[in-house]
Ligand binder design. Structure first.
Ligand SMILES: *Cc1c(COP(=O)(O)O)cnc(C)c1O
Length: 393
């Protein structure tokens, strides 16, 4: 059986040694030493000065909206995980959808201005599948109209934009460390901001608003994370470069093998700064996508329609047509991609997909999309390097 994803797991003994230290200290949660160490190591790895480790990526979004005191309308993307929209509604704001770009699948900045009204307070955009939005264009619009910007960077661990962590952009960025994400702490997430006042405010909000033993200076909730989750993060972080490299290799292998398939891949901002968080494939039609999905399921290979449906179709929002998003959401599917997936697995998946479309898998002569040429290069580069991936490639 090949699922669409599997969590990365460190060696059991690595986790156990942290658990032993937790038993010795008897300090389980509330800003413990492992949480502090994880925050430090994450800042170091990402090259950032500020972040707050929180209980999950959804609470991270709630804190961001609350800290910025957003009200009224928030412009957002219909092509994301449900939490992006549901959090806006949860915080008593109204999501106003703006359609996406047909190639990057991110919010289309050219369509944002038409959606701005006197009630608009912010733009909340998702860097879909780990590919950054057009950050410069979005910031320009926000500055012109006095709007705040939040980025849902749940897919973005390791992604860079113009040589900096993508988490550095916007008033606040958020991420998720859920088990399905490429860096995880079982459950977890983080908020990022370069504005000291916002950071302080969110730090207080994360812990009930406590500013002293008996003093509260903010409204707060419980958004803290615990020592056990931090321990998993500390076990996983040393493996992150190996994880990123393996995903890059698997993605390059997919691209090469699927070169003749009648599908499109996401257009990447910069292949060198991408994190290969997902492997989405856009089919010509929904029927073809479904047929491919079913064919793979017969072989016990499970893909996921992600994201489907468009968030503008949720029962608790104003339903609006988003022609580009509606079309892409109906035809896109993510192929299996995880650390222990092998090149042979990818070969099998690709053979089955090619068979549905009756395509000759041996004919790789035609280079049809961004990524294919360098995929070749990546494959040979990484193949010759030694990657230790549980011994299996
Ligand atoms: C996973 C995800 C979230 C939610 O994160 P959790 O840690 O599961 O709460 C939010 N937005 C996007 C785009 C996601 O993929």
């Amino acid at each position: 059986m090949i699922p669409v994803t599997k969590p990365f797991l460190p060696a059991e003994k690595e986790f156990k040694s942290y658990v032993k230290s937790i038993w010795e200290r008897q300090w389980l949660t509330n800003n413990g030493p492992l949480v502090n160490t994880l925050e430090l190591k994450l800042k170091e790895y990402l090259g950032l000065d500020h972040l707050l480790y929180v209980s999950n990526g959804t609470v991270a979004l709630q804190l961001a909206i609350k800290a910025l005191e957003l009200t009224g309308e928030i412009i957002t993307t219909p092509f994301s995980f449900v939490a992006t929209t549901s959090t806006i509604v949860w915080q008593s704001c109204k999501p106003v959808f703006v359609d996406i770009d047909a190639e990057t699948f991110n919010i289309d900045p050219a369509k944002i201005e038409a959606a701005i009204t006197p009630q608009t307070s912010a733009i909340l955009a998702t860097h879909v599948y780990g590919t950054p939005c057009d950050i410069d264009a979005i910031q320009q619009i926000a500055d012109k109209h006095g709007l705040k910007v939040i980025y849902d960077g749940a897919h973005c661990f390791g992604t860079r934009y113009k040589n900096r962590s993508v988490f550095e952009y916007g008033d606040i960025s958020t991420t998720s460390f859920h088990s399905t994400k490429l860096f995880h702490t079982i459950e977890g997430g983080a908020v990022f901001t370069r504005q000291p006042d916002l950071l302080k405010k969110m730090a207080l909000m994360r812990n009930f608003g406590y500013s002293g033993v008996d003093t509260f200076s903010e409204q707060g909730i419980n958004a803290k994370n615990c020592e056990f989750h931090a321990a998993m993060g500390l076990c996983n972080l040393p493996h992150i470069d190996e994880i990123l490299k393996k995903r890059k290799l698997l993605s390059a292998h997919y691209m090469l093998r699927l070169n003749k398939l009648n599908v499109r891949f996401q257009k990447l901002h910069d292949i060198e700064e991408y994190n290969y968080a997902y492997f989405p494939v856009l089919f010509k039609s929904e029927a073809l996508m479904k047929e491919s999905k079913e064919k793979l399921e017969l072989a016990q290979i499970y893909c996921r329609r992600y994201f489907y449906p468009s968030l503008s179709a949720l029962p608790y929002v104003n339903n609006v047509d988003m022609p580009v998003c509606d079309s892409i959401a109906s035809r896109i599917m993510c192929l299996p991609l995880y650390h222990t997936l092998t090149l042979a697995d990818v070969d099998l998946i690709c053979r089955l997909l090619l068979r549905v479309q009756n395509t000759d898998e041996n004919n790789l002569s035609e280079s049809k999309h961004f990524g294919i040429l360098i995929a070749d290069q990546i494959e040979s580069e990484i193949n010759t390097a030694t990657i230790k991936v549980n011994g299996s490639l």
